[in-house]
Each structure stands twice: as structure tokens, then as C-alpha cells.
Design a binder for this molecule. Structure first.
Ligand code: SAM
Ligand code: SF4
Length: 326
């Protein structure tokens, strides 16, 4: 088992397949011109599988594929098929554009839950956020997944003044659809224009929903990062991911492998361990993994962000979401 010095067992691995993406969400990409990592510096299919097996042998039970956009990688299907053969729960977070063509692969690999990012239900605002005009494609792919009875979770990053006025519309969407909306607090990364006054907090989200609906809390799974809620009479449900105002570090079980093969023990940690170079040099990676996780800080990568109102996003020395893998 892989444990840290606070006794937290780590059995959930998030693998970023690429830092490349067919969207340009302003809150996720660095502000300056960003060069995507060249393919040769990314983990190759075989390397991903080899590393994943090391983690699975150490008790990892769940692997999430993310990015960048995991499904833009040319060999995404081969990677998904190979990982699908490992004894783990395989899940994926995607912007939803490539679902239709990838559906047979996703189903064959046994993927039963898909998280799709959708921050607005308005096509023009979608264009403003992602800088791509594919709202209807994403919406129809969500319908396709629902027809296929695949569990759909919608990730919506709530940003004050931009889409907080759509919270009610998202909740209405759950009335006749078995989807889960996951409202996410906007997080700061180097260059993503985060300011605390753009953040819409757990409490603000809840207050807004409670104005129009009866909200009941629901018990979550032990390592859940989300706080879950239901609304009587709604087929779907909603959850809030409160990284900023109510972090969930005490039960954290997650590790992140970046697309260039670096292990990060926390989204906010600025230290990383280069597993890919070690693997290519024929070195043992397990001791490196264990040391990296053992060194994990108690909360938020050791960054003092408990007073988020006073936080300077530029002072957070970290890769942006697209380069870490969300
Ligand atoms: N491209 C895929 C997608 O959009 O779902 C997977 C990668 S994306 C980095 C994973 C998740 O991180 C998305 O749901 C996205 O909305 C979220 N995300 C990115 N930047 C964020 C930020 N600054 N604060 C909160 N969530 C963020
Ligand atoms: Fe791409 Fe996802 Fe980031 Fe948007 S949130 S830029 S879709 S990686």
C-alpha cells in the first residue's frame, strides 16, 4: 500500500494523458502563449501501462484519465483499452467533444461513469469560456451517454458574475435526468486570472439553490471530495466541490501523474517526482513513488491558502490545471 506520514492510504491515481486540448478555457490555460509538451516527452502508451501496473500492484483501486483533453491523444483508444484490462475502476474526465467516436472503446473498457465539463447552458457563453463553438456537440454527446445508461457527472466551475446566475438552470436539468451536477469552486493557478471576488463559495452556491428548492444532504463515500445533496422529486442530484473554502485534505487518497510522467502528491504541491525518466533509465520507480507520497503535506500542498480572501493567485507557484491534469 502507498501511504503518507499522516496515515492516509493512497489508492486513487489520476493520470493526465496530455496537456494538449481542443478548448481554451480561460480559467484552466496559462495566460501567456503556451507550448504543449512534444509527444516524445509524454509518457508513451507502454510506459503509461507499466507505471499504472506498479500503482495497481500497490493497491490502487481507481484510475481517472484526465488532461488537458484526454481524448485528443491519437493513441487514447489503445491506452483506454489496455487500462481497461487492469483490475481497477477506470473513469474519465473529458470536455465531451469526442464522446461519439470513442463510445465503443469506452464501453469495451468497462467505463461506467464519465465526468463532462460544462460551465454554461448558453451557447454564446460557452464560446466565451472555451473559445470554441461546439456547445451543441457537447450537449448531444451528453444525451448519447444518457441513452447508453452511462452515469454522467457534469463539472461546472462556478465563477461570480459569469455563470453563477445559471445554478438554478443546472439544478432544473436534474429534474428529469439522472445526472449529477458538480459545482466546483474556482481555484487559483499561476496565470489563470483568479481573484477571490470571482470565486463563488460552497455556502453561496448552497444558499442560491436553497432559495428555489428543498435541499437534503446525502452521505458521500469516505474519500469523496464532493459534498452531496438531493432535491426531492429530482431524478438527478448535485454536489459541491469546495477545494477553497472547505478543503477535504484529511481523507485525501489521490495521486496525480502528469502527462510527462511526474508524480504530484497534491494539486497544490510544487514538488514533483520524475517517474518517467527513472523508468526510461531502467530504475525502480516504486521507492520513488513511496517517498513522494510519504512527503505529502497535511493540507493543500503546504500552501497557506486557508484565508482565500487574501490570497494572491500569482503567489501560488504551481503549474496551471491543464499542465497538471485536473
Ligand atoms: N479537458 C477535460 C475537461 O475539461 O473535463 C479534463 C481536464 S480539466 C483540467 C478537469 C477539470 O478541471 C474540469 O472540470 C475543469 O473545469 C476543472 N478546472 C480547470 N481549471 C480549474 C480551476 N481553475 N478551478 C476549478 N476547476 C478547474
Ligand atoms: Fe481543456 Fe478541460 Fe482545460 Fe477546458 S478545462 S482548457 S477543456 S483541459
Amino acid at each position: 500500500m502507498i501511504a503518507d506520514s499522516f496515515g492516509r492510504i493512497h489508492d486513487y491515481l489520476r493520470i493526465s494523458l496530455t496537456d494538449n486540448c481542443n478548448f481554451r478555457c480561460f480559467y484552466c490555460m496559462p495566460e501567456e502563449e503556451y507550448d504543449f509538451t512534444p509527444a516524445s516527452r509524454l509518457m508513451q502508451t507502454e510506459e503509461i501501462i507499466k507505471l499504472a501496473k506498479v500503482f495497481v500492484d500497490q493497491g490502487v483501486k481507481k484510475i481517472r484519465l484526465t488532461g488537458g483533453e484526454p481524448l485528443v491523444r491519437k493513441d487514447a483508444a489503445a491506452i483506454i483499452s489496455a487500462l481497461g484490462k487492469l483490475p481497477v475502476e477506470l473513469v474519465i474526465t473529458t470536455n465531451g467533444t469526442r464522446i461519439a467516436e470513442m463510445l465503443p472503446t469506452l464501453k469495451e473498457a468497462g467505463i461506467k461513469t464519465i465526468n463532462i465539463s460544462l460551465d454554461t447552458l448558453q451557447p454564446e457563453k460557452f464560446m466565451l469560456i472555451t473559445r470554441r463553438d461546439v456547445f451543441h456537440q457537447v450537449r448531444s454527446n451528453i444525451e448519447l451517454l444518457l441513452q447508453e445508461k452511462i452515469t454522467v457527472k457534469i463539472n461546472m466551475v462556478v465563477m461570480k458574475g459569469l455563470n453563477d446566475n445559471e445554478i438554478k438552470d443546472f439544478i432544473n436539468w436534474t429534474k428529469h435526468n439522472p445526472i449529477q451536477i458538480r459545482f466546483i469552486e474556482f481555484m487559483p493557478f499561476s496565470g489563470n486570472k483568479w481573484t477571490s471576488n470571482k470565486m463563488f463559495s460552497l455556502q453561496e452556491i448552497l444558499t442560491k439553490v436553497e432559495k428555489d428548492f428543498t435541499v437534503l444532504p446525502v452521505e458521500g463515500a469516505p474519500h469523496d471530495t464532493a459534498k452531496h445533496f438531493m432535491i426531492p422529486g429530482h431524478e438527478g442530484s448535485f454536489a459541491i466541490i469546495s477545494t477553497m473554502t472547505a478543503p477535504f485534505c484529511s481523507t485525501c487518497n489521490r495521486m496525480r501523474l502528469t502527462a510527462d510522467g511526474k508524480l504530484k502528491n497534491c494539486l497544490f504541491s510544487n514538488g514533483e517526482t520524475d517517474l518517467l525518466t527513472a523508468l526510461r533509465n531502467g530504475e525502480e520507480v516504486l521507492p520513488l513513488i513511496k517517498a513522494n507520497i510519504w512527503a505529502k503535506k497535511k493540507e493543500l500542498g503546504g500552501q497557506l491558502i486557508s484565508h482565500f480572501e487574501k490570497l494572491d493567485a500569482e503567489a501560488i507557484n504551481n503549474r496551471s490545471m491543464i499542465t497538471i491534469g485536473g
